[in-house]
Design a protein. Structure first.
Length: 281
């Protein structure tokens, strides 16, 4: 994908800070889709590849893999460190981040991106949870809010590793400082395998809703930051209950938007998954 000048500037800055080599490539040889399947509000367990029906641009595909809680996670935490996140809010955010990191399993990795009017990768993707925890504890709030830019930075971090990426984006207010247009970030999301969950403590999270919808995630609107720990843990638990479904596209074009439709055979299942992906240059 050809990046806009502003996106390229953010990429260059983060690369210098964290040795990032992001590439939003078109993954048409092998498509991965994170699928959350429920029935009567309960996750459906024990599904195999043949239990899924998957249609790519109207063409049925053969699911080759349906992995459940077997592949380690890359958890990218993108947190608001603008001036309004201070005092009690900051303590709640740190506590939620600690709780999240404490629930990671052997083999999982985590990274932290903080944002105010400046985007910082304070902890690169790593299995060293203590280092990641320390980075969150040392971050201090200041300045304005560049939510759109930070969300793009989180997607970049996700692209630095082929693992299964969960991105949690927390903000307590509206964007006041981003360079990027939301459309650039949403376009990148269409090409990324990361699943984004937004957590909004105030305001109308329209951008986070669009971003999470494109990646198969959700948005949580927190009435109070006192609930952040339970929200973060709920996100992680739900993500671990998702299936990683993969297939090699057959009979479809290699370029453009591919609409996806995922179902469970013979079940009245509710499916949460990305609506499609963008292929080609």
């Amino acid at each position: 994908m050809m990046l806009g000048a502003k996106a390229a500037a953010i990429a260059a800055a983060l690369a210098a800070a964290g040795n990032l080599q992001p590439t939003f490539s078109a993954k048409v040889e092998h498509v991965r889709v994170d699928v959350f399947a429920t029935e009567r509000g309960r996750p459906i367990l024990g599904l195999k590849p043949d239990d899924f029906e998957l249609v790519d641009n109207g063409v049925p595909q053969r699911v080759e893999l349906a992995s459940f809680d077997e592949i380690p996670l890359n958890v990218i935490v993108v947190v608001d460190m603008s001036g309004s996140v201070a005092g009690e809010k900051l303590e709640h955010l740190r506590a939620a981040s600690r709780a999240l990191l404490d629930r990671l399993k052997a083999g999982d990795q985590a990274a932290v991106v903080t944002f105010s009017h400046v985007i910082r990768q304070v902890a690169p993707l790593s299995g060293d949870v203590a280092r990641v925890r320390e980075a969150i504890e040392q971050a201090e709030p200041e300045g304005d809010t560049a939510l759109v830019d930070a969300s793009y930075a989180g997607l970049m971090v996700a692209e630095t590793d082929a693992g299964r990426a969960l991105q949690i984006v927390f903000s307590d207010g509206l964007d006041t400082a981003s360079w990027l247009e939301p459309s650039i970030v949403l376009d990148a999301a269409k090409r990324s395998d990361a699943v984004v969950y937004g957590v909004a403590a105030s305001g109308k999270p329209s951008f986070l809703r669009d971003l999470s919808a494109l990646t198969g995630g959700s948005v949580f609107e927190a009435q109070s930051t006192k609930n952040l720990s339970s929200i973060f843990l709920s996100v992680l638990e739900e993500f671990r209950q998702r299936y990683l479904v993969s297939y090699s596209p057959q009979g479809v074009t290699k370029n453009g938007w591919h609409k996806l439709d995922v179902r469970v055979k013979g079940r009245n299942a509710t499916i949460k998954a990305r609506p499609g992906y963008l292929a080609g240059s």
